[in-house]
Design a protein around this ligand. Sequence first.
Ligand code: AHR
Length: 470
Amino acid sequence: MGRCIYTGLYDPSNPLSDPTTGFRKDVMAAMKELRVPVVRYPGGNFVATYHWLDGVGPKEQRPKRPELAWLGVESNEFGTDEFMRWCEEVGTEPYLCLNFGTGTLDEALGWLEYCNGTQDTYYANLRRKNGRQEPYNVKYWALGNECYGPWQVAQLTKEDYAKKAYQWAKALKLLDPSITLILCGETGFSSWDYYVLKECVKWDVHGLSGDKTKSLIDMHSIHLYTASEEHLKNATAPRAAERAIQMAMSFIDLARIENKVPPTVPRQTICFDEWNVWDPVRAPGEQGAEERYTLSDALAVSVFLNAFIRQAASVGMANIAQSVNVISPLLTTPSGLVKQTTWWPLLLFSKYMRGHTVAVNVRCPEYTGPTKPEWIRGTIETPFLDCSACISDDGWVSLAIVNVNEERDYEVDLQGVAKGDVEVHVVTGEQVHVVNTEEEQKVGIEESRWNGEGSFVFKKHSLTILRWKA
Ligand code: AHR
């Protein structure tokens, strides 16, 4: 889609790229800095007409195909082996999405065999012939993408999807029982989510029968993009993500109860495999969806991230969409990278918000105006101070506080902070509409220290992460 792969992370003619692989070295360095644990490929909506066999083997023999999701052309110069190599160089885990549009089950099984096969079989041998002896051991596989949407090539009803996903899942797990299969949910709060979970969260399936530690489906995918030109609507919109996780998790539990899934089968988790700030009218997909992010958007991203930390017991994976250029915190230019406002909260969370979630209870004033979607205010709180906390394995406590109020600071008497030496990391800017450009970085990270005594002032329109050794 757009400039994500071509002229994004893969650009053989650019001097900033590795001359052997064509991978942009500066993009790889940024991904490593972010310690990205998993990357999903090849789509998105794109996958609904993607045939993986077009993208393997000698490059000069790979066919160019019309691409129907964004009405582009796919050259297939970058395919499975290139993606796997890129993941290995970046140090990230691949996650593949299967074509539920024009693809067949045979093709999906072939792809799984190509990636993970160890026997003397056709597609495993094709991989070897293409230069890769060892299997890639791809763990994560998605059963289609947004199959419910009228924008899909070969949109499905929930009944048709559930039937198809169940059959594909069974066959895929017969071929490789070690994989993690991800069901295509919708928003997390729709009848599609309830229905497909009810039909597919099963364990006593032929081929898996009798093993009370295995299930057909391991995760449930949901997506959410939010955006508003009004700052408080924009910064509180990701509260919908938290409610979505809670609701989808209830549907998972309901399916487990109704289908009598034994407690020994691990509880399925949410795979929030597309989330971000995106307004498709402002940045249309067919034109590459290159959003220019403001400080307000960076605060919205921080609220999304806080929700994932708070709901970490339910969230098995969450993926910001996308990695480069398309709805992304990173923009490539022919001569370098622009780190957008949204890059900075992502980097801070990646560096520090690791380990185990710590419950935080906050009493503070709330935003009471209109929200987008409207139902947020009716179903979940919208505090001006949005918080999460965690403790790392080596005993560092990190507290993330987003002050979404653009008009006032909050002075807070924090309980439980260690006295002495507290690290302070702040992301803010002059006002909520500032953006970072190639010429000027108006939003970044300010670092300082605090002695942990008295109260702390959380500045207006800011993200603050406080860290101390427990
Ligand atoms: O990430 C952009 C698009 O948004 C994806 O292709 C699709 O899955 C979603 O609607």
